[in-house]
Design a protein around this ligand. Structure first.
Ligand SMILES: [Cu+2]
Length: 578
């Protein structure tokens, strides 16, 4: 079943080996010996067993040369985890490195202790057991390390792999499968350091991100892949530390975008290019049938304007992967008219609004800030009541790209600079969203699965390790949070009690510690959103507050209470029944 759903079975090869003989067989007739310049695309093995051991091992990345990498189970990229929705992941992560590590399942909705938060990092020689159910839709996810200030170096040195979730509804779509369902992990390394993945960021690298000039596809330099004149599914993962790619084909031929971070879109959308930033995944269908045997077409990154230092810049044009058309075998796959349904969040259902301003200070450590903060392991930066739809506005006040990633749930992009007309790779389920220089991006997000501590951070791994990361805690949606009695961690408007009510109801709210107090306004809105009463409008010091609203002179119906303070708003729904 799994092999059918992601039929890499036939293509599994060990690091350094080549693609199977059946795909090479007829190519010798088409290409004279030696004409296949470059290296055949490699595929990581599928994980078998339930142990993932991180260690430093020798690998062959460039033919005839030895690279000392950080690998999982002696494989670069790490072995691909394939698991069906509804089953339980059970993995022992063994840290045989000489420093702390922990694995984060990127895009996977997992309980706090299974999510790979850096507070659960384990020491050298220790083992961490992961066991949790896979509850989400099929999709192309991935894993990478997440130990505090060690994420960038370990990921760069090779510790990352695909995590593929399958499910029945996806299997029923007749997408290209087996040898025609191809994962492509895109990374960049530095030619000056070949064959090593030397990680030695200077201050420019810490500001821009650690960029390279050599693209590796599934760990393959100068990669080519021999294809048939048929439809393929490609699952693209940007596994780079910092580089953003503008993906296109060398002849500008159109393809269908079918998936985003969190699995398939509701319908395929035709496109000729898209951006993919670190952490993001985009799935496409590409049809090679218009080509003739003997032709080639190259997957590229197109040039674009970006920041950089004297040697490495964002937006450098790159050839990523050459496809040599060598046979006529049909994949039997189709471009379905529709894929899997997506219910899009309605902005009018938003109950809380948060704002995150991305900025940077100059020089030294902790240059990258979210709302003026850098990461502190033991500080909870905000609390998110479960099950309420939130609007997160991300304001990029820098000239850098920041791919912002939330743990614990998938979200939806609502707008860029106010425009709700989105690129096809923005529309769908997401866990990472690229926020361009000076751009404002709004996402809609609702935590429905687990309570606990999760992370919100930039996936430029140099920015992340530099502290561009916050802790948040998903909490019970009802009432004052007893475990946090004392000074509130965040603004909070609690559900009124009783509710429904007649004629009066109590409303509690919390105000966190601020410098010199903060103005808090509490207003009542009618069902149409018209403001009908101001309950509170004054400067507050930190604490938990309660007021009563007497609606004796109001008629039965739905009312809203809205808390407004600075960048934060929160709304509750109150029902008056007379
Ligand atoms: Cu960033």
């Amino acid at each position: 079943m799994i092999k059918k759903a992601l039929g890499l079975g036939a293509l599994i090869s060990l690091p350094g080996s080549i693609i199977p003989n059946e795909l090479l067989a007829d190519s010798s007739e088409i290409f004279p010996a030696g004409s296949a310049i470059g290296n055949p695309l490699r595929f990581p093995p599928v994980l078998t067993g339930n142990t993932m051991t991180a260690s430093v091992t020798n690998q062959t990345v460039w033919p005839g040369q030895t690279s000392q990498l950080v690998t999982i189970n002696n494989s670069y990229p790490g072995p691909t985890v394939i698991i069906e929705r509804g089953s339980t992941l059970n993995i022992n992560f063994v840290n045989n490195l000489s420093e702390d590590s922990i694995i984060h399942w990127h895009g996977i909705i997992a309980p706090e202790v299974m999510d790979g938060h850096p507070m659960y990092a384990i020491h050298p020689g220790q083992t961490y057991n992961y066991s949790f159910p896979i509850v989400q839709r099929a999709g192309t996810y991935w894993y990478h390390p997440h130990a505090d200030m060690l994420t960038a170096s370990q990921a760069f040195k090779g510790l990352a792999g695909f995590f593929i979730v399958t499910d029945q509804s996806e299997n029923a779509l007749n997408l290209p499968s087996g040898n025609f369902d191809i994962p492509l992990c895109i990374q960049d390394r530095r030619s000056v350091n070949i064959p090593q993945f030397t990680y030695n960021p200077n201050s420019t690298d810490m500001m821009v991100g650690f960029l390279g000039d050599v693209p590796l596809i599934n760990g393959t330099p100068d990669a080519y892949f021999q294809v048939s004149r048929t439809l393929y599914r490609f699952r693209l993962l940007n596994g780079s530390n910092a580089r953003i790619y503008k993906i296109a084909f060398s002849d500008n031929r159109a393809f269908h975008i079918i998936g985003t971070d969190g699995g398939l879109k509701d319908a395929p959308v035709s496109a000729t290019s898209f951006y993919i930033s670190p952490g993001e995944r985009v799935e496409i269908l590409f049809d090679f049938s218009p080509y003739t045997i003997g032709q080639s077409v190259t997957l590229k990154s197109l040039p674009f304007t970006g920041s950089g230092g004297p040697t490495y810049q964002q937006g450098t044009e790159m050839n990523l992967l050459r496809f040599d058309i060598t046979s006529n075998t049909s994949s039997g796959g189709v471009v379905p008219a529709s894929l899997t349904p997506i219910t899009y969040y309605n902005p009018s259902d938003v109950v809380r609004t948060r704002s995150f301003t991305l900025s940077h200070a100059s020089g030294g450590m902790n240059m990258h800030l979210i709302n003026g903060l850098t990461f502190s392991m033991n500080r909870i930066d905000f609390e998110v009541p479960q099950n309420g739809l939130e609007q997160w506005k991300i304001v990029n006040a820098t000239n850098e790209f920041h791919p912002m990633h939330s743990h614990g749930i998938l979200f939806q992009v609502l707008s860029r600079n106010g425009s709700t007309t989105l690129a096809p790779n923005d529309k769908g389920w997401k866990d990472t969203v690229l926020v361009n220089p000076y751009e404002q991006v709004i996402v809609l997000i609702k935590f429905t699965q687990y309570k606990g501590i999760y992370m919100w951070h930039c996936h430029n791994l140099e920015h992340e390790d530099d502290g561009m990361m916050l802790n948040f805690k998903v909490v019970d949606p009802i009432g004052i949070n007893e475990e946090n009695s004392g000074v509130p961690k965040d603004f909070r408007l609690h559900q009124n009690y009783p509710n429904p009510f007649n004629p009066s109801t109590k409303i509690k709210y919390s105000v966190p510690q601020t410098n010199g107090g903060v103005n808090v306004e509490l207003v009542v809105l009618d069902e149409t959103g018209r403001e009908i009463e101001t309950l509170v409008n004054k400067v507050h010091t930190s604490g938990n507050y309660e007021i009563q609203w007497n609606a004796a002179n109001r008629s039965s119906g739905i009312y809203y209470c809205k808390l407004i303070t600075g960048n934060y708003t929160e709304t509750i729904k109150m029902i008056l029944v007379k």
